[in-house]
Design a protein. Structure first.
Length: 272
């Protein structure tokens, strides 16, 4: 399984471009990717206020429907995450991702409480734990994920910035049917072998047709590796790829430098 982690387009005055959001969702699902992950890290969620995040989520729902949208509603505090969860659910979201508390690393008891309260606010919607230790600072070892996985409504985990060894450890620590998603775009075969469910891919948001080929076999894997290497994990590079296709990419609201001339040339060659 593959979900495209979409960027958030901004207009000339840095306002959220909701028409652009709809276009990117259509580009992803029209290109064959089964699901989209919105308002996440690639969507620059720390740079969005709550209203903007919820409007991005609503725009995605309009195009793809609730079964194909995973809406990120995590926040630095449980208080804010619960409010976002409840409002996203009211708007019709059925699949929610919640990052661990971040900036100040959270202890295990508060992490469990965080997901208990968010799952309760989700009102029977599916909740995915979002683990990104490198950026969030909060550590979720397999033993802690075992506890979180027992919470009613928590159905899976998305882990970024970690190798397939973590996917394997998480798969072994959770019950059958618990979904383990990886943010490693280039490693879908390895993720599946490790017991994972699939990948949440920022690159798939710009190149959905390429990544969709992996759903029927791995013949496209060398091209996927090349794409991931060229983009190098940069939101600005993904947005430039979108620009090259006449799609809403544009400037990052967060302080991310645009690609230099050499990178722009490499991205043009990749797209060709």
């Amino acid at each position: 399984m593959i979900a495209a982690a979409l960027t958030t387009p901004f207009g000339r005055a840095d306002q959220v471009d909701l028409g652009g959001v709809r276009a990117l969702v259509e580009h992803a699902v029209g290109g064959g990717v089964p699901a989209v992950f919105v308002a996440g890290t690639n969507g620059e969620f720390p740079a969005l206020d709550d209203g903007e995040r919820l409007d991005v989520i609503s725009a995605a729902l309009e195009v793809a429907g609730p079964a194909r949208v995973i809406a990120h509603v995590g926040a630095a505090t449980t208080w804010q995450a619960v409010r976002l969860t409840a409002e996203a659910r009211r708007r019709g979201v059925e699949r929610l991702a919640v990052i661990t508390p971040y900036f100040v690393p959270a202890g295990p008891e508060r992490v469990v409480e965080h997901f208990e309260r968010c799952a309760a606010a989700a009102d029977r919607a599916d909740v995915y734990v979002y683990v990104f230790t490198a950026l969030a600072g909060t550590v979720v070892p397999p033993s802690l994920l075992t506890r979180i996985a027992s919470i009613d409504g928590v159905v899976g985990v998305k882990v970024s910035g970690a190798g397939t060894d973590v996917v394997r450890a998480y798969s072994q620590a959770t019950p059958p049917g618990f979904e383990v998603w990886s943010g490693n775009d280039a490693e879908l075969p390895e993720v599946i072998v490790a017991g994972g469910t699939g990948i949440v891919s920022g690159n798939a948001g710009a190149l959905p047709a390429l990544f969709a080929q992996l759903l029927t076999g791995y013949a496209a894997q060398p091209a996927v590796h090349s794409a991931v290497k060229t983009v190098d994990g940069s939101i600005a590079n993904i947005k430039h790829l979108l620009d090259l296709q006449g799609l809403p990419g544009g400037r990052c609201r967060m302080a991310i430098d645009p690609p230099n001339a050499d990178r722009r040339a490499a991205l043009a060659r990749l797209l060709a």
